[in-house]
Design a protein around this ligand. Structure first.
Ligand code: IPE
Ligand code: IPE
Ligand code: MG
Length: 229
């Protein structure tokens, strides 16, 4: 049997708060540790021979419901992360891209995001996508509205696929950490035929070693896409 090829990996990074609570720490400490995991997993993916894109769910359209203090901390952490990460992006030849409605963020943070995209746009070993103020329903709705504004009255599946912000729309494998088994409004359109993997590991404890095991599991699965095999 030929192995499945993993090109686009998506990850719902969940469990930062529980990781911190287990240690009697504040939730923000869990987010800080979680940011280190993003770095480790990204560099591992950049070295992987087939992975082209890794999309991380970093802040959902629903996460604004969290306490103001936590939301503000996450914004500051993102700014710090991108500032620090530029060196990693350049030394590992990684392109950074954001999806989601970042206009809701402060101007300096929007500038940081756009500058990082600009400075890394010719890097080719991996595209790291961060989903920021992202919701799958919002993304589909805004795509359809753009098509309507262009004067379209009928819309095809291809129109929507091509209009989405996500680079390379099909996701081969989605991993969610922390034991929760739900999609939480992540890439609804792009996940139609993705393989799903749920691990009880909390995001700050997730390692490249576990990722490699999950990829091996994915490679052995039978993907039918509605056909027979
Ligand atoms: C994921 O960890 C990070 C974000 C959603 C920003 P959580 O903060 O959701 O951690 P838990 O689910 O409360 O443990
Ligand atoms: C999903 O995690 C969003 C991100 C990882 C950014 P949540 O912790 O917000 O999801 P729910 O509320 O448990 O579904
Ligand atoms: Mg959570």
């Amino acid at each position: 049997m030929t192995k499945n090829i993993l090109k686009h990996l998506a990850i719902i990074m969940d469990g930062n708060g529980r990781w911190a609570a287990e240690r009697g720490l504040s939730r923000t400490k869990g987010h800080e540790k979680g940011a280190e995991t993003i770095r480790a997993i990204t560099t591992c993916c950049a070295k992987h021979p087939t992975v082209e894109t890794t999309t991380f769910y970093a802040f959902s359209t629903e996460n604004w419901k969290r306490p103001k203090f936590e939301v503000e901390f996450l914004m500051k952490l993102l700014n710090r992360y991108l500032q620090k990460e530029l060196e990693t992006y350049q030394s590992h030849n990684i392109r950074f891209q954001a999806i989601g409605d970042i206009e809701a963020f402060s101007k300096p943070l929007q500038d940081r995001i756009r500058n990082t995209e600009e400075l890394t746009k010719y890097n080719t070993s991996l595209t790291q996508v961060l989903a920021l103020n992202y919701g799958g329903r919002a993304e589909i709705t805004s795509t359809v509205n753009t098509l309507i504004a262009q004067g379209r009255t009928t819309i095809t599946e291809d129109d929507i696929s091509q209009g989405l912000q996500t680079p390379y729309t099909d996701i081969d494998l989605l991993i969610r950490t922390s034991g929760e088994e739900r999609i939480s409004n992540f890439l609804l359109w792009q996940l139609s035929y993705s393989e799903l993997y749920f691990t009880p590991t909390l995001w700050p404890d997730f390692t490249s070693k576990e990722l490699k095991k999950i990829i091996e599991n994915f490679e052995q699965r039978t993907r039918r896409f509605g056909g027979v095999k």
